[in-house]
Design a protein around this ligand. Structure first.
Ligand code: ADP
Ligand code: MG
Length: 248
């Protein structure tokens, strides 16, 4: 028996074994509403696997993942998306031959349009939402540009916008600034801070400069377990963390 919590995401005693190897081992992690959590840790620590389990791509061996007090373990990926969990993968998956506007448009949940499942039509409600999201991701000037012509950074922001169109309450970003130029990193930091209001964000990131700019709280994973958790200042002072990660 577990009780309801105020946490948007409550992960308890989560374990996954791949042929006997525990990639994630008894992990408990709690994320509040409006929180921006960063997960760091050396390669192979289990960071991506945690996101894979939250979004239903990988089935845990044991444990619980509650989102808004609903158990997600056992639900299908599209059901988890519909419940309000959005995940951005490391390589952007935008439609190169559609404009920014159209990419955002196709991401709007179909069941919520006026015509519902009968067909898709641009309503003023959808158009308003597209413009609001374009502002959040800083792509209002690019709405009529095809995906193929966007910079690497702009493609990443568009994909975040596509998650916002789905009205995800939890947005998960795996290494969002990989391959970005310093100005793009700076803009991404601002973007993530903007979109954090009214939802929760989990970011996996290696770039410590970037982490220190955005994190409310940092969770350090090592060998599938939590090594440390706290503010960036606390993490940077932690001797265990220095040993396994920051020290190298
Ligand atoms: P991180 O994202 O922290 O670098 P991962 O979560 O990708 O680490 O991987 C953690 C460990 O689990 C690695 O040793 C990886 O090889 C292993 N692993 C991840 N997914 C699978 C899988 N589907 N099958 C077998 N091993 C996996
Ligand atoms: Mg990874």
């Amino acid at each position: 028996m577990s009780s309801n919590t105020d946490f948007l995401l409550a992960i308890e005693d989560l374990t996954v074994s791949f042929d006997g190897f525990k990639a994630v081992d008894g992990l408990s992690l709690y994320v509040e509403r409006d929180e921006l959590r960063v997960i760091i840790g050396p390669n192979g620590a289990g960071k991506t696997t945690v996101l894979d389990m939250i979004c239903g791509k990988t089935r845990p061996t044991s444990g619980s993942i509650k989102f808004a007090n609903r158990e997600m373990v056992g639900m299908r990926e599209h059901e988890i998306v519909r419940a309000g969990v959005g995940r951005k993968f490391q390589t952007p998956s935008i439609y190169e031959n559609l404009t920014v506007f159209e990419n955002l448009e196709v991401s709007y949940p179909k069941g919520r349009t006026v015509l519902g499942s009968i067909g898709f039509r641009t309503t003023s409600e959808v158009t308003d939402r597209i413009h609001a999201v374009a502002t959040e991701i800083g792509l209002t000037a690019q709405l009529d540009i095809e995906g193929a012509f966007l910079s690497h950074g702009q493609k990443q922001w568009l994909e975040i916008g596509m998650l916002l169109m789905q009205e995800s309450q939890l947005v998960m970003l795996d290494e969002p600034v990989a391959g970005m130029s310093p100005p793009e990193r700076e803009q991404t930091a601002q973007l993530i801070q903007r979109i954090c209001k009214g939802r929760s964000i989990i970011v996996i990131e290696h770039d410590m400069e970037f982490v220190s700019r955005i994190a409310h709280k940092v969770t350090v994973l090592h060998l599938g377990k939590i090594l440390a958790e706290g503010s960036m200042a606390e993490i940077q002072k932690n001797a265990k963390v220095m040993d396994v990660y920051l020290g190298h």
